[in-house]
Design a protein around this ligand. Structure first.
Ligand SMILES: [Zn+2]
Length: 344
């Protein structure tokens, strides 16, 4: 079977790998149809340079596919079902896993596409409990985006930041995969949404997703504009994932008692935090990573009901991967780059 393997930095190759055996007890065999690409697939964890990657490595951290066969004892999924795939290999036995909070697993053996081979291969065998069936109305692209792009945002906004209707939120990088989802989910929740973009041509696209205010961070200081928009009060919630370049400014954007939730550090992992501001303003800083199983199901329901839609920049086949990489490298992307593995 064909697979897309990272053999060195920015060096992806199409390779031929043996197909997996028949699924073992508790496992299902999935025919991968759709993979959504992330920066991790191309460059590794940018801003997480301390982590060395295993190479060669099949890429693909988020994907969906069709169940082809199930092993003995599997009842969660049926052959023929479209499923979304949880991105980490969690134990299923610890307290966190039993409560459906797999992203807090005490014995996680790795993240697919990073520590473990990912999903850019035609077939994969996986524990059936890590597969979430897609509801009617959610297609393969929606299911592929449920674990990382939508699930991460669901977990950040609603589990961690506990975003409330009527609140104001600043979403960094509204043109990114997670930014485009955060704008939509926050708007659908009844919030006022301020977002940043890196070029003027992305302003209208961000507004079309529901952003009330869009700031070009290359021409304006986002913290100044945000304070102006909120009449110097600041926002209730900041949605962070940029890191070093924006963190100090994000601290200045919050109102007293405001919450900052972050899931990334693409511009750098370390930053100074003004501790006096932290306690005097009673700010809450929260880290978020991955999602709960239920976040994936919730995300797919929202996609099925048209509450939020996947924002797709480009769709490519494995043979056209260079096109996708060039777009991602040039930062022209608005939304996600999708890799179609098969027509299923
Ligand atoms: Zn566990």
């Amino acid at each position: 079977m064909r697979a897309l393997q990272l053999v060195g930095d920015k060096d992806l190759k199409i390779v031929d790998l043996p197909e997996p055996e028949a699924p073992a007890p508790g496992e299902a065999r999935v025919r991968i149809a759709t993979v959504a690409l992330n920066h991790i697939d191309v460059w590794g964890w940018r801003g997480m340079a301390f982590a060395k990657r295993k190479m060669p490595l099949v890429i693909g951290a988020e994907a969906s596919g069709t169940v082809e066969a199930i092993g003995p004892g599997v009842s969660q999924v049926l052959p023929g079902q479209l499923v979304s795939i949880y991105g980490a290999r969690t134990c299923g036995l610890c307290k966190a896993c039993r409560e459906g909070r797999d992203n807090l697993c005490e014995h996680v053996s790795g993240v697919h596409g990073f520590h473990l081979d990912g999903f850019a291969q035609e077939y994969v065998n996986l524990p059936a409990r890590l597969l979430v069936p897609a509801p009617p109305g959610c297609d393969g692209v929606g299911a592929a985006l449920a674990p990382v792009t939508f699930g991460t945002v669901e977990h950040m906004l609603f589990d961690n930041a506990k975003l409330q209707p009527g609140e104001t939120i600043l979403v960094h990088a509204g043109g990114s995969g997670i930014g485009s989802v955060a704008i939509q989910l926050a708007k659908a929740h009844g919030c006022t949404v301020i977002t940043t973009v890196g070029s003027d041509d992305k302003i209208e696209k961000a507004k079309a997703l529901g952003a009330d205010h869009v700031i070009n961070y290359r021409t304006d200081r986002f913290e100044g504009v945000t304070r102006k928009i909120t009449k110097k009060k600041g926002v209730d919630v900041v949605f962070e994932h940029v890191g070093k370049d924006t963190f100090a400014g994000s601290m200045l954007c919050m109102k007293r008692g405001g919450r900052l939730v972050t899931c990334g550090s693409t511009s750098g992992v370390s930053t100074d935090v003004n501790l006096m501001m932290l306690f005097q303003q009673q700010l809450k800083l929260m880290g978020s990573f991955g999602c709960r199983m239920e976040n994936m199901a919730d995300a797919m329901q929202k996609i099925a009901r048209g509450i939020a839609r996947p924002v797709i920049d480009t769709e490519v086949t494995m043979d056209e991967i260079e096109v996708a990489l060039k777009r991602m490298e040039g930062r022209q992307v608005f939304g996600k780059v999708i890799l179609k593995m098969s027509e299923a």
